[in-house]
Design a protein around this ligand. Structure first.
Ligand code: C5P
Length: 401
C-alpha cells in the first residue's frame, strides 16, 4: 500500500498570521508562502516594508491573502491610528519572511521606525523570522551578533538554507523554501506533535581506529541525522543526538554527544535510554580492527592483513530490549531498495524503516526516501533533507500517538 506524506498535512485552520515581508529578492517567494498559508487555512494579513515594495507590489499579496496590504504606520484610514497594537494583539504569529539583514539588525536593537518593526516590538504573540541574504552578509560578525540577541529574545529562526544565491554566489543565506517554512509552523505555534517525548538519534559515520593515524569509516555527512534532530526539536521533543565525527553544528535545542567508534556509540546510546523513540540514522561501521596498533604501522611489507571483528548492532540491541522504545532504522541500499529495506525491517523487528538509494543521497542536501511500516510503503519524492526530516517526524508522531 502506498501513500505520500505531504505539506497538505499541515493545518493552520483558524490561525491568525501576520506575514511581514522585507526588502530582498526572496520577497517573490513570500508570495508563494502567502498562498500556502492561506491554503493551509490561516487567516493571513500581510505587512510590507518600503524596501519590500521595490521587489513585489502590495497588489500581489492583496490578491493572494484576500485583504488589503498594510504598508505604513501613518495610515489615515485607520480609526485611532493604533493599527500596530490592534493587529498584533489579534495574531497567533508574526512571521517575517524574508527577513533581511537590515531588518534583523533593527529587530535586535528594538527599533520601531516603520509599521512592521513597530508591530514586532508591540506584539504579544510569537515571532518567527526566515532570514534571506548574501552568504557574506549572513556570516558577518554583526549579523551573527544580532542573531544571538534575537535567540535570547525568544525569536524563532527558520533557516536560512544553503545553496545558489540570487547574486550568483553559493552558500548559507537563502530563504528556506516556502513549503519548509510552512512545515515548521506547527512547532513555532506550539502545536507540537512530539511535546513531552524524549527522542534519541544516532547520526554521522563511526571511525574505527587501525592505528593512531589511520582508521576505517563509512561515507556519511551526518546531514540527514542532524536534519531529523532539528525536526524533532521543532516538533517539541527533548532530543539527544549521539554523533560520529561530522563537520556539522548541533541544531538549536539539541543535546549532542560526540563519539568516534561504534563501541562508543553503542555505550552512549545505552546510557541515554530510556526514550520514547530511537532513530538510528548513523552509518555504523560493521567491523572494527580486532586489536588497533598503539603505534603507527610502518610500510615494511608488500601487503598487510587486518583482522576485523564485528561491531555491535546498536539498533538491533535497542530494539531487542524488553522495554524497547519505538525504533526507526535507516537502510541505504544500492539496488532493490524495497526488497532489502523490508527484509532489514523484519530482521531487526522495527515498526518503521526509512530506505534510500545510497548513490542518490550520499553527501547531497536533498534525498528521495521511502518509509516502510506495517501499513506498507510511503514514498517521499526528492526534497531538501530538512523537509524530508519533517515529513518523517510527522509520520513518526502519528505512529507514536
Ligand atoms: O548497516 P545496516 O544496513 O544494517 O543499518 C541499518 C540500520 O541499523 C541503520 O539505521 C543503522 O543506523 C543501524 N545500525 C546500527 N548499528 C550497527 C549497524 C547498523 O545501529 N552496527
Amino acid at each position: 500500500m502506498e501513500s505520500s506524506v505531504g505539506i497538505e498535512t499541515v493545518s493552520l485552520a483558524y490561525k491568525k498570521i501576520i506575514l511581514g515581508v522585507t526588502g530582498g529578492i526572496a520577497a517573490y517567494k513570500a508570495a508563494e508562502l502567502c498562498r500556502l498559508l492561506t491554503k493551509a487555512g490561516a487567516d493571513v494579513r500581510v505587512v510590507m516594508t518600503a524596501a519590500a515594495q521595490q521587489f513585489v507590489t502590495p497588489l500581489t499579496f492583496q490578491a493572494l491573502s484576500g485583504k488589503p496590504v498594510l504598508t505604513s504606520l501613518w495610515d489615515a484610514t485607520s480609526g485611532d491610528g493604533m493599527e500596530h497594537i490592534h493587529l498584533s494583539r489579534d495574531a497567533d504569529l508574526l512571521l517575517v519572511a524574508p527577513a533581511s539583514a537590515d531588518f534583523l539588525a533593527k529587530l535586535a536593537h528594538g527599533r520601531a521606525d516603520d509599521l512592521l518593526s513597530t508591530l514586532c516590538l508591540a506584539r504579544t504573540c510569537a515571532l518567527a523570522v526566515a532570514p534571506a541574504m548574501n552568504r557574506e552578509m549572513w556570516a558577518a560578525a554583526p549579523t551573527q551578533r544580532n542573531l544571538e540577541q534575537l535567540r535570547t529574545d525568544g525569536v524563532q529562526l527558520l533557516g536560512p538554507a544553503a545553496g545558489e544565491q540570487a547574486c550568483g554566489e553559493t552558500g548559507l543565506g537563502r530563504m528556506l523554501e516556502p513549503a519548509d517554512i510552512l512545515a515548521a509552523l506547527p512547532g513555532v505555534l506550539g502545536t507540537c506533535p512530539l511535546a513531552g517525548k524524549r527522542i534519541l538519534i544516532t547520526a554521522g559515520p563511526t571511525f574505527e581506529a587501525v592505528d593512531p593515524v589511520r582508521g576505517l569509516t563509512n561515507r556519511s555527512s551526518g546531514k540527514m541525522g542532524y536534519a531529523i534532530a532539528q525536526a524533532a526539536a521543532e516538533a517539541g521533543a527533548e532530543v539527544c543526538l549521539v554523533s560520529g565525527p561530522t563537520c556539522l553544528a548541533a541544531p538549536t535545542g539539541v543535546r549532542r554527544i560526540d563519539v568516534q567508534s561504534a563501541a562508543e556509540m553503542h555505550d552512549a546510546v545505552l546510557r541515554e535510554l530510556p526514550c520514547d523513540a530511537f532513530i538510528a540514522v548513523a552509518a555504523v561501521a560493521d567491523y572494527r580492527v580486532d586489536a588497533a596498533a598503539s603505534q603507527k604501522i610502518k610500510k615494511t611489507a608488500g601487503s598487510l592483513t587486518l583482522n576485523l571483528v564485528a561491531n555491535p548492532d546498536i539498533l538491533a540491541d535497542v530494539a531487542a530490549l524488553p522495554n524497547a522504545p519505538f525504533c526507526v532504522g535507516f537502510a541505504a541500499e544500492t539496488e532493490r531498495l524495497a526488497e532489502h529495506a523490508e527484509a532489514k525491517r523484519l530482521k531487526k523487528k522495527l515498526p518503521l524503516l526509512v530506505g534510500n538509494l545510497a548513490q542518490d543521497t550520499l553527501g547531497l542536501d536533498t534525498a528521495e526516501l521511502v518509509l516502510f511500516d506495517d501499513q506498507g510503503q510511503h514514498p517521499l519524492p526528492r526534497a531538501d533533507k530538512l523537509a524530508q526530516a519533517r515529513h518523517l517526524i510527522r509520520h513518526l508522531a502519528t505512529l507514536l500517538n
